[in-house]
Ligand binder design. Structure first.
Ligand code: FES
Length: 121
């Protein structure tokens, strides 16, 4: 998928594109496409770092949703891709919301958002 693309273009390949290129993936294997695009981004950033182009290293925008358990929006997305469909399943995957519970509303919004993005539900 990356052949013929610039590093910037390759960096922006999404898990959805990976899954489409593979002809689709069963729901319980969608997380595999996330691992691939994460590894690609890490490799590109490593290349930039090793070649003195640290100004080009791109950090993903990550937002901590659960301060108590240090769970980010990316962790929630990964949990959805790994099969979490309900708030309880999200808690089982990430442990978010298990201390003060103040993150519940935002976590539920993200849960629905990522279910819609990745599975159309
Ligand atoms: S902020 Fe998530 S449990 Fe406290």
């Amino acid at each position: 998928m990356v052949k013929g693309r610039t590093l910037d273009q390759a960096f922006n390949i999404s898990p959805k594109e990976v899954a489409l290129e593979l002809g689709g993936l069963p729901d319980n294997k969608i997380h595999c496409s996330v691992l691939g695009d994460k590894a690609l981004r890490a490799a590109i950033n490593d290349y930039y770092t090793r070649n003195g182009m640290t100004d080009k290293v791109k950090k993903a925008d990550v937002k901590v949703i659960c301060q108590c358990m240090n769970v980010t929006d990316h962790d929630i997305e990964d949990a959805v891709l790994e099969g979490a469909r309900t708030y309880l399943e999200l808690q089982e995957h990430t442990k978010l919301g298990t201390v003060c519970g103040q993150c519940k509303d935002e976590a539920e919004v993200l849960l629905e958002k990522f279910k819609h993005i990745h599975f159309g539900v």
